[in-house]
Design a protein around this ligand. Structure first.
Ligand code: SAM
Ligand code: 2KA
Ligand code: SF4
Ligand code: MG
Length: 221
């Protein structure tokens, strides 16, 4: 099976549990959502060029990189045909930590049953994304304590909704919970204020570190 890869690069992970650590990023083409704030819409467009890679080539890329942390992102990585087969293959290599950035609309149930399952960073798309209706909340039954549920907020009402969802599904007792500003739509300080006012314990503010280090529009960093 072949997978559509639009870019791969080594950087520090700007997001997630391993933020600040080196990671190899593999970005897959295409997405089923159109979030209002998406910073990688280019990867989702029909005309965007890609390279077909098979599972052995992807595993070789990982081995040759000599980087332990691998982030599969996109686009929506879990929508590639036969993603299960790729994950089954690369997860046999216990020397790598696989993280998957996924949008919260795709069922992660089958992937979480792998022998050595990857860590998921599962978004819950808030109202200002315009994608909330497509969230598949049954996924919260499959969360492991190494996973993350992430809320990208652009408004105060987004934060209210995130608070409700965290409570409704008891997320802080199931996994890590991150709140992240939709870049330049709300300030990190406003999120911290909200966390203080609402005593949001066990929730972490997360900033996209790479957008502070490099030009926020730059690709491949
Ligand atoms: C580009 S997405 C790719 C993976 C998957 N489609 C998803 O949405 O999780 C990777 C992460 O970047 C976040 N993101 C995209 N645009 C952003 C923005 N403008 N500000 C903050 N985070 C953003 C997404 O919410 C997601 O957590
Ligand atoms: N440095 C860096 N860290 C990231 N963490 C998640 C990313 C993504 O686009 O999914 C990303 C990215 O594009 N760059
Ligand atoms: S789900 Fe992810 S890749 Fe798709 S539009 Fe939203 S942020 Fe962009
Ligand atoms: Mg995600």
């Amino acid at each position: 099976m072949m997978y559509k890869v639009v870019e791969h690069f080594i950087s520090i992970n700007g997001e997630g549990k391993r933020a600040g650590e080196l990671a190899l990023f593999i970005r897959f083409k295409g997405c089923n959502l159109t979030c209002s704030y998406c910073d990688t819409m280019w990867a989702n467009r029909e005309h965007t060029k890609f390279t077909f890679m098979n599972k052995e080539e992807i595993h070789n890329l990982i081995k040759e990189s000599k980087v332990k942390n691998v982030t599969l992102t996109g686009g929506e990585p879990l929508l590639q045909d036969n993603m299960y087969e790729l994950l089954e293959f690369i997860s046999q290599d216990k020397s790598v930590n696989i993280e998957i950035e996924t949008n919260g609309s795709v069922d992660i149930g089958t992937f979480s049953k792998l022998d050595n399952p990857p860590s998921f960073t599962l978004d819950y798309k808030l109202p200002s994304s315009n994608m909330e209706d497509l969230m598949y909340t049954n996924n919260y039954n499959y969360l492991k304590n190494s996973d993350v549920v992430k809320f990208v907020a652009g408004t105060k009402s987004d934060l209210d909704r995130a608070k409700e969802i965290i409570k409704k599904y008891d997320l802080t007792n199931k996994c890590h919970v991150y709140l992240s500003p939709s870049f330049e739509e709300i300030t990190p300080a406003q999120i911290v204020e909200y966390m203080k006012e609402n005593r949001l314990n066990d929730v972490k503010l997360q900033l996209q570190m790479h957008k502070f280090i490099w030009d926020p529009e730059e690709r491949g960093v």
